[in-house]
Design a protein around this ligand. Structure first.
Ligand SMILES: [Zn+2]
Ligand SMILES: [Zn+2]
Length: 422
């Protein structure tokens, strides 16, 4: 048994914000209350810290199978635990693509043997994510997928999206789309605008994303299926999501820490600023923060996308898209959103816990008999992120050396300490 003592329990599911003890017994939460007595329990002193339900990351790339030079399930989930995450959803663009039950089973088995946190795979929507024939979605669901996506690319056509949604609707799975119009995206490396012109880099217009979001919302209206917009980065995309919610459609969305922190003005000739979707305009960033504050945005997701140093250490044009994200996500949310007063601490917790849980159709709360997945963090601890000390195999982050106030202190998965700050 483990007793988490004297923490400030923040639980959006029950709107709890109080100094309480939480007793974990094996893989479940046993009791919560003031001054709990459990003489045999190990003690975790959480005085001055926040005790939250276990954080869920809806979007990451663990690179296994196939790209183990960049990351493995073992290293990726160790980084996730250091970031406060107790469960991560890994995208299917591995080698081979997770488009059938045997690949899904392989990921689930490797995770059972090697991972620090829960690994919930996302299955491909189409075979090889090629946008032609439907993948074996039902068989992958039996093997453990929690959603479907062709991430890395959008679901290729409206017609295929309709089929995928009809199929997933029957199975109770969300369809997660990486929204971009490939014909507008073509060859671009950063957001199109004044700053891409200044740098002489080929731009990607914001509309590449929002056209696809608009299409997906229309197809969600047609099918009634659950649609989740991945790593949303533009104001117009958010307007489509707001409209969909107003119409009562089952549409949700996530944003990444880098999109609410940086803009295209921050981009320089350094491939650590190259990601997809690209860093957006200042106006987009403002709109996303407003969407986080008013509840239009359901979740913060990292899109942790490790690339080994050799692949990123090339010209901007040739570098792959993506940055790592697990270990800086919470600290960026505290620094950019909570400390400046843009969202409340309860809202932050919701964006990492009940928000993503709702997208997956599951519960997340601190209550007796719930899974003993708990994230303990500080809102004040000063620290500096050093990419060289990351648990990830990769170092591709624009946040190396950034000074933070607040971050993860302990990550508990199924009642066991997956990470503890020392
Ligand atoms: Zn993507
Ligand atoms: Zn991704």
């Amino acid at each position: 048994m483990l007793l988490i003592r004297n923490g400030r329990v923040l639980d959006p599911a029950s709107n709890t914000d109080a100094l309480l003890d939480v007793l974990l017994d094996g893989e479940r939460i046993s009791r919560i209350g003031a001054n709990l007595s459990a003489p045999d329990a190990e003690i975790l002193d959480a005085a001055g810290l926040v005790v939250a339900p276990g954080f869920i990351d809806l979007h990451c790339h663990l690179r296994e199978p196939g790209q183990e030079l960049s990351e493995t399930i073992e290293t990726g989930t160790r980084a996730a635990a250091r970031g406060g995450f107790t469960a991560v959803c890994c995208m299917p663009n591995t080698l081979p693509v997770n488009d059938n039950a045997s690949v899904t089973r392989g990921i689930v088995e490797r995770a059972a043997a090697n991972s620090s946190v829960r690994v919930w795979p996302i299955g491909a929507a189409s075979i090889g994510s090629k946008g032609e024939a439907l993948a074996e979605i039902a068989a992958m669901k039996s093997a453990g997928i929690v959603g479907v996506s062709d991430d890395g690319k959008p679901v290729a056509t409206a017609r295929l999206m309709r089929q995928v949604m009809d199929y997933c609707n029957a199975l109770g799975l969300p369809v997660i789309d990486h929204c971009e119009d490939p014909s507008l995206f073509a060859g671009g490396v950063m957001r199109e605008g004044r700053h891409s012109l200044r740098l002489g880099l080929k731009g990607i217009p914001a509309e590449s994303e929002s056209i696809c979001v608009g299409r997906d919302v229309e197809v969600a209206g047609l099918t009634g299926a659950r649609l989740h917009i991945a790593h949303m980065s533009t104001k117009r995309s958010l307007e489509y999501v707001r409209m969909a919610k107003k119409l009562g459609l089952r549409v949700t969305c996530e944003v990444t820490p880098h999109h609410f922190t940086l803009t295209d003005e921050d981009v320089r000739y350094d491939s650590h600023y190259k990601m997809n979707p690209p860093l957006a305009s200042r106006e987009d960033r403002e709109a996303l923060i407003a969407g986080l504050a008013d509840g239009s945005i359901d979740a913060i997701a990292t899109d942790h996308a490790p690339h080994h140093p050799a692949s990123k250490d090339v010209e901007f044009d040739r570098a792959p898209f993506g940055i790592t994200g697990f270990e800086t996500a919470l600290a960026l949310a505290l620094s950019e959103l909570v400390h400046p007063g843009r969202i409340s601490l309860m809202q932050l917790v919701e964006l990492f816990t009940t928000g993503p849980a709702r997208v997956l159709g599951i519960e997340r709360k601190i209550a007796p008999n719930q899974l003993a997945d708990v994230t303990v963090f500080s809102t004040e601890r000063p620290w500096t992120f050093q990419a060289a000390e990351s648990a990830s195999k990769s170092r591709n982050t624009p946040f190396d050396g950034r000074v933070f106030r607040g971050g993860p202190v302990a990550t508990l998965v199924a009642g066991r300490l997956a990470y503890k700050h020392s």
